[in-house]
Ligand binder design. Structure first.
Ligand code: ATP
Ligand code: MG
Length: 250
């Protein structure tokens, strides 16, 4: 557990031995016909367990690519990505799926809920896909809806929920397999500022009360300034700032 006071959003990079997730010399290049797009360039990054890291940078700077590598949805062109005991760059497709189910909860700007399913069934869905028995599924889905304070909306379909409630369902779904790592890609991008603040507060609470490690991509550092332990700023695929608040430059 970190001892950094919450009034100080800036803390140094952990020693490599303390890191929960680590990127070493990571590059991601997309071949596009006769040229190549360098989405990430020689990124080195260490993040301690049970911390809240904000990733900022302008559009196209590589934020989503960084999350996709941490989720093993993409493999690096060069370099090494490690999360806990998992060396992601060495995993085959089957092991990548296994890793994601065990270690990662993902949250997106567009929620990605199944429109025909209730909040409850959306939350339980990853456990259905993982072959978890119905009784255990029900207990976990109930517990996770409670964690996001949405028990009273369990029977609503996405169209019958507000934007903030939809995102809370998506967060409950991300929690249902109890992964240690939450990767959030602009989770507040579709929400008004009050609702966005509630989502940030919820993710900060999950870090403090449930020991989650949160990596949160945002265009608006100000919205996470009060809860982020650190900030990583990307520019054109490179880490151009870490630790220091970029708020003044955004
Ligand atoms: N599958 C792909 N094929 C080719 N180029 C890609 C692919 N995915 C991303 N890129 C390119 O890589 C760069 C980084 O993209 P990325 O999606 O990581 O940016 P981002 O920081 O998340 O941007 P935004 O804030 O707009 O979401 C961009 O130039 C993008 O066009
Ligand atoms: Mg993106």
């Amino acid at each position: 557990m970190r001892s950094t006071p919450s009034s100080d959003p800036v803390s140094p990079e952990p020693a490599a031995s303390e890191a929960f997730l680590r990127m070493e010399g990571v590059s991601k290049v997309y071949p596009m016909g006769d040229h190549a797009v360098f989405a990430l360039r020689s990124v080195d990054l260490s993040v301690a367990a049970e911390t809240f890291t904000a990733v900022v940078g302008r559009s196209g700077s590589g934020k989503s690519t960084l999350l996709h590598l941490l989720a093993a949805l993409e493999t690096p062109t060069a370099g090494k990505v490690t999360v806990g005991a998992w060396r992601l760059s060495a995993l085959d497709r089957k092991a990548q799926t296994h890793y994601r189910r065990a270690m990662v909860g993902m949250i997106f700007q567009a929620f990605h809920l199944v429109p025909t399913m209730t909040a409850f069934d959306n939350v339980a869905l990853p456990l259905v896909l993982a072959g978890v028995a119905p009784e255990r599924r029900r207990a976990r889905a109930e517990a996770c809806l409670e964690m996001v304070r949405l028990t009273h909306r369990a029977g609503h379909r996405p169209a019958e929920l507000s934007g903030g409630e939809r995102q809370r369902v998506a967060i409950a779904r991300a929690l249902v397999a109890d992964p240690p790592l939450l990767l959030a890609d602009e989770p507040t991008g579709n929400l008004d500022s009050t609702t966005a603040a509630q989502i940030v507060e919820l993710l900060a609470r999950l870090r403090h009360e449930h020991g989650k490690t949160v990596v949160f991509v945002t265009h608006h550092f100000a919205e996470v300034a009060a809860v982020a332990d650190r900030v990583v700023e990307l520019n054109d695929g490179r880490v151009v700032g870490r630790g220091d608040s970029p708020a003044s430059s955004l």
